[in-house]
Design a protein around this ligand. Sequence first.
Ligand code: NAD
Ligand code: TYD
Length: 339
Amino acid sequence: MKILVTGGAGFIGANFVYYMLEKHPEDDIVCLDALTYAGNLETLEKALKNSKFKFVRGDIADRATVNELFAAEKFDVVVNFAAESHVDRSILNPEIFLVTNVLGTQVLLDAAKEYGAARYHQVSTDEVYGDLPLDRPDLFFTEETPIHTSSPYSASKAAADLLTLAYYRTYNLPVTISRCSNNYGPYHFPEKLIPLMIANALNDKPLPVYGEGKNVRDWLYVTDHCRAIDLIIRGGKVGEVYNIGGHNEKANIDVVKLILKELGKGEELITYVTDRKGHDMRYAIDPTKIHNELGWLPETSFDTGIKQTVKWYLDNRTWWENIISGEYMDYYKKMYEGR
Ligand code: NAD
Ligand code: TYD
């Protein structure tokens, strides 16, 4: 099979590239990535040495580039990870989220329809369901939960999901969609909660916890997400949505305290800062469908995963130090200074 992985120089896309090269050495992987602030070719250094892997720099919203690539490569499967992915950035500047996440998805859907692909898979998020209240631990997101978005990021991801389903219904394009909970693991860009807290703690900088730190996220180790997508593109039913999550809900403050403990740092580094606008309270996935239909279950517990992740950041200091010394510094100032 020849598989197009868009956004493969980002966090989950890169983990997916490595997962697939190892699990399916017979497949060819082409990565299309614009290398925005979140994309990093260093992340793909090892993959670039593999003859079954090819990197192409390009924007998914650039129709000419995308069409040329589809015409030349004749992909069997398209997996679209490429996106603007950070909620806080979407609050500062929503427009690029619409261009990449909505129009970019439409360009890819058109190309898959025009040049033919046995499967188009859209990587989506549980954030399209909005949030759940903290006092109803019995409630979970199922695939039937109505779309009810909060941030410009989640609104753009929901729009892309609806377009993807429209291309199935209208043009019979063989699509699938996965909606996963929060991921963590190697190569996670240090603007997101877990890597940001690890990097700040290692630099003895304050750990900025939004609001009271009570918001709950349902954390999944990134390789478990990659394995789920692989199962869906091979065995998932066309036209269907699959939720992915491992019943691992944690309040932000507990995650931050656990990271400090792993690093042997004191809790005095924790600083409560002004809350995020429109901050979603709780995400929690019901993964019954993917478990029953495809036999998927998470394999990495949070205890193991967070230890592995902390170790990875300790062992790969240059990777994240290069990132936080560049454009990131301006972003960090804008987002956190005086907050
Ligand atoms: P990321 O921000 O780390 O990486 C995004 C990648 O997409 C980068 O390599 C970037 O260069 C590339 N990209 C951005 N705009 C592009 C464009 N116009 N054309 C081509 N490439 C472009 O994101 P991530 O955390 O790896 O998330 C990947 C996907 O998974 C996203 O679609 C996101 O919505 C979804 N998702 C993420 C999580 C999570 O916890 N991180 C959870 C569920 C779903
Ligand atoms: P994030 O990693 O941005 O993922 P998402 O908002 O998509 O779930 O944030 C995870 C949680 O951590 C979210 O409730 C916001 C919170 N958070 C902080 O408290 N401080 C921070 O500096 C960041 C980046 C996030």
